[in-house]
Design a protein around this ligand. Structure first.
Ligand code: NPG
Length: 368
């Protein structure tokens, strides 16, 4: 495929309630969207999962846009026949920025699979038609408000609850949720908020039969996670640290993690995500699909990935209504705690252009 046109835009999608984590509070989701068109008029859509600020990862929307326009787009326009598989090698001279790179790979996958008449789920190797949903619960203003929020999600049918934690908001909220719901699959996510000396504190969470503790320490502290794993009984799960297949291999070899959260954007795209899934299946390591407040476009692709056989734990693949009053695509609606895996060609969702235009904050079309 020869690329003819790229449309870049940013949108601002309000959240139904503030989402607080140890790295900040989100009130609205700014998303960088890409629409790619080839010389024959075929097109694909994707979204970049970078946030507005470099708080979860070094990438952020304005930097991703600059990088795309300055380096990635001229490189891709120079190619006479582009395939999704060629994006990672072509962009590899430009260091880092897996989320920006994944944006091009995913749009191309969407276009390529539409041409081939295949769904992303089929292409990636999915073996299920529906997936169980987990939900990620932000740090609440108080314990009663947390309990009320969790009760709402349980009533909605979510199969697993993930609580965001940070120093000062850990043992007590976890204990309260556990005592209200003794049997619900429960896990916590620290987003790097603890340090190596917190082993004893984190071991107190062992009492609550959690599925896992996600990313307690700094993303670069693989050794620290390996040491912590000897101090706590709850399985350690890495998220931010797993930026590639190689990072996953290293973390597993160092026994720093026994569960992995796979986020396609964080690892450079769905093709690398499948390689990490395959590694984990071979090593007997359970994986689950993370989320980054994606719109229906990114959610559709994540749901397809989460339908692969190694995704044995429910992911952060919640319904559109968890975050948005109105999604930019047909919403993902949960039935009995499950989402249907899109089975139409390509990624399986297209934005509602009228709504998209109404929330667009910047738009630029670049032609080859
Ligand atoms: O369900 O999309 C979702 C959100 C799940 O908690 C979630 N994501 O640290 O994993 C995370 C967190 C996140 C949100 C990370 C936004 C980065 C950006």
């Amino acid at each position: 495929m020869k690329i003819a046109e790229l449309e870049l835009r940013t949108i601002q999608l309000p959240l139904v309630r503030p989402f607080r984590t140890s790295f900040g509070t989100q009130y609205s989701r700014e998303v960088l969207m890409l629409r790619m068109t080839d010389v024959d008029g075929n097109f694909g859509w994707s979204e970049c999962v970078a946030m507005s600020e470099p708080l979860y990862s070094p990438e952020y929307v304005a930097a991703s846009l600059d990088l795309m326009k300055r380096f990635f787009i001229p490189t891709l326009f120079a190619e006479a026949d582009l395939r999704a598989e060629s994006i990672a090698p072509l962009l590899s001279p430009f260091l880092g920025s897996p989320m920006a790179k994944a944006t091009f790979e995913t749009a191309l996958l969407d276009m390529q699979l539409k041409i081939e008449g295949r769904s992303l789920a089929d292409f990636l190797g999915a073996n299920r038609t529906k997936i169980p949903c987990g939900v990620s619960v932000g740090i609440a203003p108080s314990i009663p408000e947390l309990i009320e929020e969790v009760a709402g999600y349980i009533k909605d049918g979510y199969k697993r609850i993930k609580l965001k934690i940070e120093p000062g908001w850990d043992v007590e909220p976890v204990a309260e949720v556990r005592s209200n719901w003794p049997d619900i699959p429960l896990q916590v996510d620290a987003n790097q908020a603890y340090s190596r000396s917190d082993g004893e504190l984190l071991a107190k969470l062992d009492a609550f039969e959690l599925l896992l503790i996600e990313q307690p320490l700094d993303e670069h502290d693989i050794l620290g996670h390996a040491q912590l794993a000897t101090q706590v009984n709850t399985p350690i799960c890495l998220d931010e640290s797993i930026v590639s297949l190689r990072a996953a291999e290293d973390a597993l070899a160092m026994k720093a993690t026994t569960v992995i959260n796979i986020k396609p954007g964080r690892v450079g795209g769905y093709l690398e995500a499948v390689k990490i899934h395959d590694l984990c299946v071979n090593e007997g390591i359970p994986v689950w699909c993370g989320g980054m407040l994606e719109t229906g476009i990114g959610r559709a692709a994540n749901v397809a990935l989460a339908a692969l056989p190694g995704f044995t734990l429910p992911g952060d693949t919640s319904a559109s209504s968890r975050f948005f009053k109105q999604d930019i695509t047909d919403p993902f609606v949960m039935k009995d705690g499950y989402l249907d895996v899109p089975n139409t060609i390509g990624v399986g969702r297209t934005p509602d252009l009228e709504f998209l235009d109404s929330i667009t904050t910047y738009k630029e079309t670049i032609r080859s």
